[in-house]
Design a protein around this ligand. Structure first.
Ligand code: THU
Length: 150
């Protein structure tokens, strides 16, 4: 179990803030706003940034199915929009039989902004948690250095 510090703050995407929420509470809360009329599968994700702020995201589906976006992508986009670029902790929750595994694309998105040992908690709404890291989710991630010629 990753240790959470008292410096954790919850920052809503509209910049308003609340206190006293941990990452799980924030992910559960934002999940309720997921737009998932096609799959019926609502996902909430939060990322904590280098400053200790917490950014929330949900999956946003579309009648043109491939245009839907994942909760993790939304949380990352909120962090980037706020001017931060470092993810230090991740929490994802869904109402699923097992803690929901992020899709391949989201593993790559997380690896862009998080070092390998950043803790990732995958969870069910019922309370089961799976603790992993960004590197364990995506071994051999494609990185900037892969674009350099020898
Ligand atoms: N989904 C996420 O938002 N995050 C995940 O980690 C797994 C899948 C969404 C995408 C889609 O809206 C729905 O769950 C079903 O795939």
């Amino acid at each position: 179990m990753h240790h959470r510090t008292d410096s954790t703050r919850i920052v809503r995407n509209d910049k308003s803030r609340s206190t006293g929420m941990n990452l799980r509470d924030a992910a559960l809360k934002v999940r309720l706003n997921a737009y998932a009329p096609y799959s019926g599968f609502k996902v909430g994700a939060v990322v904590k940034s280098g400053s200790g702020a917490v950014f929330s995201g949900v999956n946003v589906e579309n009648a043109a199915y491939p245009e839907g976006t994942c909760a993790e992508a939304g949380a990352i986009a909120a962090m980037i929009a706020a001017g931060e670029t470092k993810v230090t902790e991740v929490y994802v929750v869904a109402d699923a039989p097992r803690p929901v595994p992020p899709c391949g694309g989201c593993r790559q998105k997380l690896s862009e902004f998080a070092v390998g040992d950043v803790p990732v908690t995958l969870a069910t709404t019922e309370g089961t948690e799976y603790h992993t890291t960004v590197a364990d989710l995506l071994p051999g991630a494609f990185v900037t250095a892969d674009m350099e010629r020898a």
